[in-house]
Design a protein around this ligand. Structure first.
Ligand SMILES: Cc1ncc(COP(=O)(O)O)c(C=O)c1O
Length: 433
């Protein structure tokens, strides 16, 4: 017999009650319920190329007699010192500068369980319910969920093919200032390399400008600019521009976040952030509450891969593989949809990352409850509805005619077939069949 207490609900915290399911759970369910689906929705990385051999070699190295016990012991909350130094040099190298040019040391670098944990921690230390976080429209939807958990208000800023539009950011900040709300603005979040979901990169000339705007509006308190560079190293053409962080000469305003998940292996779940100096301690204190440090084994493996050169070799091979997949998706879109109202049907042509963003004529509803989504599943293909990628900005209506298509996990054949199925669904909806 059930005890009386079994029938009484738990009183969830306000934070738990604010937390909704991530869209990814809904999409995963569709994929599980329809096993023959080609998923152009999953943001997972290419399966075949996951670095099994380099990881085996790395494990052997980090578990040998000299290092084995250290590797299997707890580490520090901020992360392994040698790895942090190595990552500082790595970021400087990507920016083509000396580490000293960041005006930072390895003690400004924090290792976490993926860059997602850093997004969470930075929000945790800065945002109270009702505070404002500014994101691009569209933006990374998992972070939008995090903002919901913290009770943040979201304001969205327009993007064009060169990334977030500085004048649009300025207009939003100006309006908030006029409304007396500037004191509530805590974070401007920018995913500036091969953005999730559009694949677009912030243009070189906008980088210092965005930072200047954030600095100009940092009057009562400093506003943090989060530079989420998760896809930075997945570049299939010319080198992408230097980071926004490289313009933050006194290491005061920008948190640059990167990860081993996309360029190496998400199974390590190791991310890292070069943070403004005075945010390191608050972040590490919170991390102390979460887990008092990320898995040392995974950190040592990441370090071993960097030291042996396996990391860099893997990134290069991975980029070749993704470039072919990106090309296959763009060619398939051209073949299947190139003649479909060309002015009103558009897609991005990313120079890297994992995503292409498709915009259909406005009459289409590509949302999760729209006719196209069901029809696409009927044809055997899954996409991420673009509506998920717009934060709940009270001043805007999220467009429902867009979708994110990922070329990461599927084979080239599946990409071609997936786009053909999608085009069939689009045409069928359009002709009312
Ligand atoms: C834009 C962006 N930022 C951060 C992350 C978090 O990745 P991780 O926590 O595995 O480093 C992801 C993962 O998909 C992402 O797309």
């Amino acid at each position: 017999m059930a005890a009386e207490s079994d029938t009484v609900r738990f009183a969830l915290s306000a934070r738990a009650a604010r937390t909704g399911p991530q869209p990814i759970s809904f999409l995963m369910r569709q994929a599980v319920e329809n096993p023959s689906l080609i998923s152009l929705a999953a943001g997972l990385v290419d399966y075949e190329s996951l670095p099994v051999q380099p990881s085996r070699r790395g494990f052997e190295r980090v578990l040998d007699d000299g290092r084995g016990r250290h590797t299997l012991q707890y580490g520090t909350t901020i992360g392994d010192a040698t790895l942090r130094q190595r990552l500082l040099e790595h970021l400087a190298n990507l920016d083509g500068i000396a580490p000293a040019a960041f005006d930072a040391t390895a003690d400004d670098m924090v290792i976490a369980n993926g860059s997602q944990q850093l997004l969470f921690l930075l929000t945790e230390v800065l945002v109270d319910p009702g505070d404002i976080v500014i994101t691009a429209a569209p933006s990374y939807f998992v972070y939008t969920g995090t903002l919901q958990t913290f009770g943040a208000q979201v304001r969205c800023v327009d993007m064009d093919e060169h990334g977030m539009v500085p004048a649009a950011l300025e207009a939003v900040l100006e309006r908030l200032e006029a409304e007396g709300e500037l004191g509530r603005v805590k974070i401007v979040y920018v995913c500036d390399y091969f953005q999730n979901p559009t694949g677009l990169t912030l243009a070189v000339e906008r980088r210092a400008e965005l930072l200047r705007i954030v600095q100009r509006y940092s009057t009562g308190h400093r506003i943090l600019l989060i530079e989420d560079a998760a896809y930075r190293e997945l570049s299939y053409g010319d080198d992408p521009p230097p980071s926004i962080k490289s313009h933050d000469k006194s290491n005061a305003c920008v948190a640059l976040l990167q990860t081993f998940s996309k360029p190496f292996a998400p199974g390590l779940k190791i991310g890292y952030g070069l943070l403004p100096r005075d945010l390191v301690e608050p972040v590490v204190l919170q991390k102390g509450n979460h887990d008092f440090g990320s898995a040392n084994l995974c950190q040592q493996l990441a370090l071993a891969a960097m030291e042996s050169g396996d990391y860099q070799r893997h990134v290069e091979a991975l980029c070749r593989r993704y470039r072919a997949k990106r090309d296959a998706m763009l060619e398939a879109l051209e073949r299947e949809l190139g003649d479909f109202e060309p002015g009103n049907t558009q897609w991005t042509r990313p120079g890297g990352g994992l995503y292409v963003y498709l915009t259909l004529p406005e009459r289409f509803d590509a949302g999760p409850h729209g006719a196209l989504f069901d029809r696409a599943i009927g044809e055997g293909v899954l996409y991420v509805p673009g509506t998920y990628c717009f934060g709940p900005d009270p001043d805007r209506v999220a467009p429902s005619n867009t979708m994110r298509l990922s070329f990461g996990v599927c084979s080239i054949e599946q990409i071609r077939e997936g786009i053909a199925r999608l085009a069939r669904a689009i045409r069928a909806i359009d002709t009312g069949q």
